[in-house]
Design a protein. Structure first.
Length: 375
């Protein structure tokens, strides 16, 4: 059993030792928008024409649609009298990982080939780690998670019993239908949760900006007046990152994202949950939404690798004539020496980028208002 699967089992055993009845629902690969396994398979087929393959990966699993997982979870909670127990759940199909990738590629209209690398004198776990670092160049999933998922491929994960069907009898989706449904939800921007909603381990308990009392704060501020009301400006500000880009000097953002990836960070590949709307906790490339106040403020916390802590703040205040005064502030708490050196080197780049962003917001807001008047 892989460390990933062993860890899941250990957590279940610990929870079951308590006095409260615990019902464990075990699943293999969950297919749905935002799930790590789904995103990994999609990235494999989109960014790799040739996929390394080991005989150990010729195991089978029973992928299950996220819709069916939710049905099972809700059904278990609504079933009275259940005692501490373990239920195994799965979808309609039992497939090898190779078959899943090929079917996924067919849905995406991609051609992939598997390359046998069994001849390499490298242990399987090492090979998984090396391949995880290679994939890190193309996908946003952290290396440690990718390596754990890849190492799990050598273990069969199929329902040994179907006891849960006696309690919750219904027909589950097959693999192709589950993927097609996930694709349709992505096209319609109906991704309600995403694996990236969970912050990196070293950022999970970080205090919000308003609770920091540091005398070492470095703040850079830029302001622009936009003759457009704030309710027209705010949606434009919220459309940053991912496919929208960063509005100005995108090549510099790309370079910064690439450097972050090389150093093991998330880079710009993480994207965002929804292309149009934001909510607190959403990831936006290597930022995360810390505060969101409609038509007044957007505060992003940096999750890139830096010698310090960083925030990017957009504040909107009313100006004369019904317009908006947009203020952009970069907050930075540097680590001794390296943090100050980092900021000194990049300060000119920051000024160039931030001023350009504000000018872009102004131009885009005016263009939108002009188009609305014409229409």
């Amino acid at each position: 059993m892989s460390p990933h699967l062993r860890s899941r089992r250990e957590v279940g055993n610990i929870l079951s030792k308590g006095t409260v009845p615990v019902v464990r629902v075990r699943a293999a690969i969950i297919i749905g928008t935002g799930s790590t396994s789904y995103e990994l398979m999609k990235s494999l087929t989109l960014h790799n024409r040739y996929i390394p393959f080991l005989p150990e990966f010729n195991s089978v699993c029973q992928p299950v649609a996220i819709r069916d997982v939710i049905k099972y979870l809700v059904g278990v909670m609504e079933t009275p009298g259940l005692k501490t127990s373990v239920f195994q759940i799965g979808g309609k199909d039992v497939l090898t990982y190779k078959e899943m990738i090929l079917r996924f590629a067919k849905i995406l209209n991609r051609r992939v080939r598997f390359v046998d690398v069994a001849w390499l004198p490298v242990p399987v776990d090492w090979m998984c780690r090396v391949y995880a670092y290679w994939l890190h160049c193309f996908i946003s999933i952290p290396v440690n998670i990718t390596a754990l998922l890849l190492s799990s491929l050598k273990t069969d994960v199929v329902c040994a019993n179907e006891e849960i069907l006696k309690i919750l009898p219904f027909e589950t989706l097959n693999f192709v239908t589950a993927v097609e449904w996930a694709q349709e939800k992505e096209k319609r921007s109906m991704v309600f949760s995403h694996w990236s909603d969970v912050p990196p381990e070293n950022m999970s308990d970080l205090l919000p900006l308003c609770e920091f009392e540091s005398s070492e704060f470095i703040i850079e501020e830029h302001t622009i007046d936009i003759p457009v009301p704030s309710e027209k400006v705010f949606p434009v500000i919220c459309q940053i990152g991912d496919k929208h880009g960063w509005n100005h000097a995108n090549i510099l953002w790309e370079i910064r994202g690439l450097l972050d990836r090389v150093m093991g960070g998330v880079g710009l590949h993480r994207g965002r949950r929804d292309p149009e709307h934001l909510r607190v906790g959403d990831s936006v490339d290597f930022w995360r939404v810390e505060k969101l106040e409609l038509n007044r403020e957007l505060l992003l916390r940096a999750e890139m690798i830096t010698p310090g802590l960083s925030w990017l703040q957009f504040q909107l205040n009313p100006s004369q004539g019904g317009g908006t005064r947009l203020t952009l502030r970069a907050h930075f708490i540097p680590k001794p020496f390296w943090g100050n050196l980092y900021w000194a080197i990049l300060s000119n780049f920051h000024s160039y980028i931030f001023k350009g962003m504000l000018n872009f917001f102004r131009i885009k807001c005016l263009a939108r208002v002009s188009n609305e008047r014409v229409n």
